[in-house]
Write a protein that binds this ligand. Structure first.
Ligand SMILES: [Zn+2]
Length: 452
């Protein structure tokens, strides 16, 4: 199995599906032919000539609602439904761009060196696509009481318009109460010798806005005042340090910190949650602090006297990552007030305002994940966490779906190492980690899916 699994991932990596290349269909057709060779069933949902979504099932009947819906779309209905809420294994075929000169091994060669498979997508998220596919293969023949489908989407890294968003809008009645196994978790952190596996159970919001400052112009260099420039830096500084009042800690984060405190035998209550932070290794400080509050980051600055477009005026672009409980409207209000206090004539323009979500995990499922790790010889505590990035999981929220980001790796690699590879250089995964994820997902689903 070892060779074949790594070859499958290597071949998948070699199909360049990076955002600027954009030919996701090739990658999807590759997975489709593999699925067919395993005797699985497939449905290709075309969205553009080079993009689409692929659905894979172990039973033919689980694809029937898609075929029915296509028939109905042509006849102006879209009422096709599953008999029971489906379980969905979700990944994406597209990958972010890679600058080949920075890599030890070319990002689209899929090199297999010293037991590691190299290339863009080795972790995010081609590994997950392959892991899900082999999990489906392992589960073939299970007498399922509910639909189980694997979904591989396009454009996850660039807005999902021709990917998951289209799938959900073209087939709107298939997702109510679904359970979605997604990317974004299964990572390991080690604290005081104890192992904690993170399951993604929520995401921060993702908002962006621009600030166009006072139309007063920067002065010439002969009679300098730099008044406008300094105003601009005051706005940047105030937003960067903006602390929203009365922020409520997400339940997933409270649960995570409670479980960590219990394992470390540290006194803990959510009133003094900051006390546990001093036990957490400094390399995780930034990740943990980002889970505790809404943050603001400057992403672009344009202006200055010699800028031909803005002619002395300044335009700033910001990214806001609010905690899930934060009201979008109150965040908008606070940002406007902060900016107007410094520059009353500034114009704030909101580009996107996506709130976050926090679903938590049932104790039954959390313990099950721990049991499955134990069956592979890993003694660890599974903890929910809220991702500080964002992924396609959020689009399932209107359907009241349960979304769990989980595809675990062996204890040999920790979160801080993985995070540098995701969207970074020298992305790679060991064959052991790949196999571990497949074994774990197979076990977890065998224990979770209802059968006759
Ligand atoms: Zn991803």
């Amino acid at each position: 199995m070892m060779n074949s699994v790594s070859t499958l991932l290597s071949d998948y990596i070699q199909i360049d599906t990076s955002t600027s290349n954009g030919n996701e269909k090739k990658g999807l057709l590759y997975l489709q032919s593999l699925a067919k060779s395993y005797g699985l069933y497939t449905f290709y949902h075309e969205t553009t000539s080079t993009k689409g979504n692929l659905i894979i099932s172990i039973r033919e009947e689980d694809l029937q609602p898609f075929n029915d819906a296509v028939y109905e779309i042509n006849n102006k209905h879209q009422g096709a439904r599953f008999s029971n809420p489906p379980t969905v294994l979700l990944s994406h075929v597209d990958v972010v761009d890679a600058e080949e000169e920075d890599w030890t091994h070319h990002p689209f060669l899929g090199a297999i060196v010293d037991g590691e498979i190299w290339g863009r997508g080795a972790i995010d998220a081609k590994q997950i696509g392959i892991s899900h596919l082999l999990t489906m293969k392992n589960l073939k023949g299970m007498p399922l009481k509910q639909p189980l489908i694997q979904v591989i989407t396009s454009e996850e890294e660039s807005g999902s318009e021709n990917g998951l968003k289209r799938l959900l809008s073209d087939f709107p009645f298939l997702w109510d109460d679904a359970t979605v196994w997604n990317e974004g978790g299964g990572f390991l952190i080690e604290i005081e010798g104890k192992l904690f596996y993170l399951v993604e159970t929520g995401q921060k919001g993702n908002m962006s806005f621009t600030v166009l400052l006072s139309p007063k112009k920067s002065t010439n260099p002969y009679l300098p005042s730099n008044e406008v420039d300094l105003l601009t830096f005051r706005v940047i500084d105030s937003l960067k340090n903006l602390q929203l009042p009365d922020e409520v800690l997400p339940l997933s984060v409270v649960k995570m910190l409670t479980l960590i405190a219990k394992e470390l035998k540290v006194d803990f209550s959510s009133n003094n949650y900051k006390s546990i932070l001093k036990n957490i290794p400094t390399k995780y400080n930034r990740m943990f602090s980002a889970m505790l509050k809404s943050t603001f980051t400057l992403t672009k600055i344009s202006g200055g006297r010699k800028n031909t477009e803005y002619k002395g005026q300044y335009k700033l672009a910001f990214d806001a990552r609010p905690l899930p409980g934060t009201q979008t409207s109150s965040l908008i209000k606070i940002v406007q007030e902060t900016v107007k206090n410094i520059d009353p004539t500034a114009v704030v323009n909101w580009i996107s305002t996506n709130g976050g979500y926090d679903l938590g995990i049932s104790e039954e499922m959390r313990v099950r994940l721990e049991e499955c790790l134990k069956l592979s010889g890993v003694n660890a505590c599974v903890v929910p966490f809220m991702t500080i990035g964002s992924n396609d999981g959020r689009y399932f929220q209107p359907f009241k779906a349960t979304v769990l980001g989980y595809c675990p790796m062996t204890p040999e690699i920790t979160f801080d190492q993985i995070i540098q590879r995701v969207h970074g250089v020298n992305e790679r995964i060991s064959v052991k980690d790949l196999e571990f994820g497949i074994d774990q997902l197979t076990m977890v689903l065998e224990k979770t899916l209802k059968v006759y």
